[in-house]
Write a protein that binds this ligand. Structure first.
Ligand SMILES: Nc1nc2c(c(=O)[nH]1)N[C@H]1C(S)=C(S)[C@@H](COP(=O)(O)O)O[C@H]1N2
Ligand SMILES: [Mo]
Length: 318
C-alpha cells in the first residue's frame, strides 16, 4: 500500500475545474452555472451519462453525526483517492471516469432467506437517504472529513434478510478489466473484497455511501455504492459494490490476501499500534499541512468499543 508518498493534494487551482463535470443541472445553477457556462467549460451533454438518482440529493443531514473538524474541500477530495482498480496514484479521477455506473445491480446471496439481485435505483428508492459527516483515516496515515450521503448498513442487512447462521457480511467490488485497467495487474488478488462481523455491520456507524457533498457519488469515490466504516482504516471501506454475501467464515480481504503480515480483518484505528513499516500515532489532514494526533477507533469509541469486549486476543488493530 503506502510505499512512496505522493503529495497529490497539492493540486493547482486550474486542475480543480473538472468539478463542473460532476454537477447536475440543478447544482450547476445553484453553483452559478451560468458563470461556468459563460467561461466555456463544457458539461457532459450525453443523456446516458446523466445520473438517474440526482434528484435524491441533497438528503437531510443527520445531526447526530456532525464533526469538530473542517470538512475537506470537495476539490481536494476529488483528486486524492485510493482506487487500485484505476491507479496506485492518488489523482486517478480521470482514469476512474471509465467506470460505468448504470446499469448497476447489487446481488445478495449466501445465508439469506432468498437470494436476490436488485437494481441500484430500486435499492435507492427502498432506502431513506441521509447525510452524515464522517472522519476517514487511511492506514497510510492521512485523513479527511467528508459529508457522505447514504443509509445505514443495518437497513441493508434488514433488507437482505440474512439467516441466523450468518456470522459475517462479505462485500465485493465489480470485476471488469475493460473498465478498470488496474484489474489487469495479476499481482493483486482481484476482485477487491472486504468483510465485517454481523455485529459490526449492524452497528449504527456502518454506512452505505451513495453520495458525497450533496450529490451522487463521484466515480473515483466508489460510485454507485460503497461502504464507510469510520472507526476502521480506510481500506475496509470497499468501493463500487456488486455483491453482498452473508457467510459463516471470516472473509479474507484484498489487503490480507496480498500481505497478511501487514493487513488484517479487523483494522480498527489505534494510534498506539504501529503499522510494521510506519507509526500510526498521527495523521496528515489532506489539503492542509496539519499533522494531528490519531485517536483510538478514530474517535468513535463511544459507538464501537463495546463490539470488541473480551476479544483482546484478536489482532484488532491491524
Ligand atoms: N474497490 C476498492 N475499494 C477501496 C479501495 C480500492 O483500491 N479499491 N481503496 C480503499 C482505501 S485504502 C481507502 S483509504 C478508501 C479511499 O476512499 P476515497 O478514495 O473515497 O478517499 O477506499 C477503500 N476502498
Ligand atoms: Mo486507505
Amino acid at each position: 500500500m503506502l510505499i512512496k508518498r505522493h503529495r497529490g493534494w497539492e493540486i493547482a487551482e486550474r486542475e480543480a475545474t473538472p468539478e463542473a463535470l460532476f454537477l447536475d443541472r440543478r447544482a450547476v445553477l445553484a453553483a452559478g452555472g451560468f458563470g461556468l457556462m459563460a467561461a466555456g467549460i463544457p458539461r457532459i451533454a450525453r443523456a446516458e451519462d446523466a445520473d438517474p438518482s440526482a434528484s435524491l440529493y441533497p438528503a437531510k443531514a443527520n445531526p447526530k453525526f456532525t464533526i469538530d473538524r473542517p470538512v475537506t474541500p470537495e476539490a481536494i477530495n476529488l483528486h486524492y483517492n485510493n482506487f487500485y482498480e484505476y491507479s496506485t496514484d492518488k489523482d486517478l479521477a480521470d482514469a476512474a471516469q471509465q467506470l460505468k455506473t448504470r446499469p448497476w445491480t447489487v446481488q445478495f446471496d449466501g445465508l439469506v432467506e432468498a437470494p436476490k439481485t436488485v437494481d441500484i435505483d430500486d435499492l435507492l428508492k427502498a432506502m431513506t437517504l441521509e447525510e452524515r459527516l464522517y472522519r476517514h483515516r487511511c492506514v497510510e496515515a492521512w485523513s479527511m472529513t467528508v459529508p457522505w450521503t447514504g443509509f445505514p448498513l443495518a437497513a441493508l442487512v434488514a433488507y437482505a434478510k440474512p439467516l441466523s447462521g450468518a456470522k459475517y457480511v462479505r462485500m465485493e467490488t465489480f470485476m471488469n478489466a475493460d473498465m478498470a485497467p488496474g484489474q489487469n495487474q495479476p499481482f493483486y488478488p482481484w476482485p477487491y473484497v472486504e468483510g465485517l462481523t454481523m455485529a459490526e455491520a449492524t452497528n449504527e456507524l456502518a454506512f452505505m455511501v451513495t453520495g458525497a457533498y450533496g450529490k451522487p457519488l463521484p466515480k473515483q469515490m466508489g460510485a454507485p455504492i460503497r461502504l464507510h466504516t469510520p472507526w476502521k482504516y480506510g481500506f475496509k471501506s470497499v468501493k463500487s459494490i456488486v455483491k453482498i454475501s452473508f457467510v459463516e467464515e471470516q472473509p479474507l480481504n484484498f489487503w490480507q490476501q496480498l500481505q497478511s503480515s501487514e493487513y488484517g480483518f479487523w483494522a480498527n484505528v489505534n494510534p498506539e499500534v504501529p503499522h510494521p513499516r510506519w507509526s500510526q500515532a498521527t495523521e496528515t489532514v489532506i489539503g492542509t499541512n496539519d499533522r494531528i494526533p490519531t485517536k483510538l477507533f478514530n474517535g468513535y469509541g463511544e459507538f464501537v468499543a463495546g463490539l470488541y469486549k473480551g476479544m483482546e486476543s484478536e489482532p484488532l488493530y491491524m
